[in-house]
Design a protein around this ligand. Structure first.
Ligand SMILES: [Zn+2]
Length: 73
């Protein structure tokens, strides 16, 4: 199987396909929830085949908060 452009991961008892990732901490900013891993992988494959990629954002809210905590206190 070729590498997928979308990460599939398990969290809170649900399968997620990440649609948005932050390039600072690699946090998943948004994802689509699927009932099974197969469905998540199917969607990830479908989008990969359409040459779609995860939306990469510069710095997410979490990382910004960490950054502020580190540098401003
Ligand atoms: Zn982040």
């Amino acid at each position: 199987m070729k590498p997928l452009n979308f990460d599939v991961f398990f969290s809170n008892n649900e399968w997620h396909m990440a649609t948005k990732i932050c390039n600072v901490g690699g946090c998943y900013e948004s994802s689509i929830i699927f009932p099974t891993k197969d469905e998540a992988l199917k969607e990830a494959l479908y989008r990969t085949n359409k040459n779609e990629k995860m939306n990469v954002v510069g710095m997410c809210e979490d990382c910004r908060n960490d950054f502020m905590d580190d540098d401003w206190h």
